[in-house]
Design a protein around this ligand. Structure first.
Ligand SMILES: CC(C)(COP(=O)(O)OP(=O)(O)OC[C@H]1O[C@@H](n2cnc3c(N)ncnc32)[C@H](O)[C@@H]1OP(=O)(O)O)[C@@H](O)C(=O)NCCC(=O)NCCS
Length: 303
């Protein structure tokens, strides 16, 4: 059994991102920005998420992160593919619910490894994510209704305002604005945690300010400088300002900023199933096309 350690804090997230960046390609299920956003968007959730790192010296060769009791995020260095069984033995012994995980459909070896361990692919009726990308060569201009302005967090600065913008966007999902609002757990404190995480950049985190001063739309891009790849996570428009083109405008403002700092390609991972089709339509309208989809795999937990 190679050495491993259980997650003990933000420096371990940074070490996990080291593997994610080292092995990144468009076939990768993770980008360094996914890890930063998902780990830090809320405060105080580490105890819900068993997370383990497998190491060779100081180098992370694999990591596993269990969410919702039984959903595994994992990444394994192809040079140490043998760690697959260690990661899954830990996952299956630690999970408390039925076991699920994901392989991309552009990774037949990954799909075959899961099948070999008894995981079965779920059909398209189950929620799954689409992987979309666009290059930055032909960006259309940002078009805004009169009185609205695009600003980056380098200009806005205020994490409380930015967190409120996020909450107002994520309290009502797209197309169901009349439903009673939910409540996002993003706060000023959690957003400061996000802003402190590598590789957050305030010049790539964009908002649209409405004439009344509210931040009506928001989009944060995370840049992996080694690969020139920027990931959107998250994007939202306040439910009071939907269908005005602000979602498109804030994405385009962020994409222009990404290109200006040397980005080459942008990525986003909306739902791909028909249960939540609006975000993928938004990104298609901004020039993104799908290059892969997640295949969710499931296995019953052994008693
Ligand atoms: C998805 C979301 C960001 C769209 O924001 P928006 O400002 O209303 O989007 P836009 O006005 O720029 O619309 C862009 C395109 O998206 C599609 N779209 C947006 N809302 C739609 C709806 N309710 N029904 C169908 N298509 C819709 C359309 O193709 C639209 O172009 P069109 O108006 O020219 O037809 C917003 O609904 C939201 O914040 N939802 C909750 C958070 C979320 O799901 N974020 C994305 C996660 S990946």
């Amino acid at each position: 059994m190679p050495p491993f350690r259980d997650y003990a804090g933000p420096s371990d997230l940074r070490a996990m991102q080291g593997l994610t960046q080292r092995v990144w390609s468009e076939r990768s299920p993770f980008h360094i920005g996914n890890l930063a956003w998902e780990r830090f968007e809320h405060v105080g959730r580490d105890s819900e998420w068993p997370t383990r790192l497998w190491l060779e010296g100081d180098t992370v060769r694999a990591w596993g992160w269990i969410q919702d009791g039984g959903h595994l995020y994992f990444q394994i260095d192809p040079a140490r593919a043998d760690l697959f069984d260690d990661v899954f033995a830990w996952f299956e012994a630690t999970a408390t619910g039925d076991l699920t995980t994901v392989a991309l459909d552009n990774d037949p070896d990954g799909v075959a490894r899961l099948a070999g361990r008894g995981y079965r692919a779920l059909g398209e009726e189950h929620p799954f994510a689409l992987r979309m990308s666009r290059t930055l060569d032909d960006l259309p201009p940002v078009v805004l209704p009169g009185g609205f302005h695009a600003l980056s967090m380098a200009q806005v600065g205020d994490s409380e305002r930015r967190a409120l913008a996020h909450r107002n966007a994520w309290s009502r999902i797209a197309g169901r604005e009349a439903d009673p609002p939910g409540r996002s757990r993003v706060t000023g404190e959690s957003y400061r945690q996000v802003m402190a995480a590598w590789p957050y950049r305030p010049d790539l985190d964009w908002v649209i300010e409405a004439p009344d001063g509210r931040l009506a739309a928001n989009a944060c891009l995370w840049l992996d400088e080694v690969h020139g790849a920027g990931l959107f996570e998250p994007v939202g428009t306040d439910a009071d300002f939907r269908r005005l083109g602000l979602g498109q405008a804030v994405c385009l403002a962020a994409l222009h900023a990404l290109r200006a700092v040397g980005g080459r390609i942008a990525l986003v991972g909306p739902r791909g199933d028909d249960g939540y089709p609006v975000p993928r339509a938004l990104y298609a309208g901004v020039g993104f096309t799908a290059y892969a989809r997640d295949i969710v795999h499931a296995r019953k937990r052994l008693a």
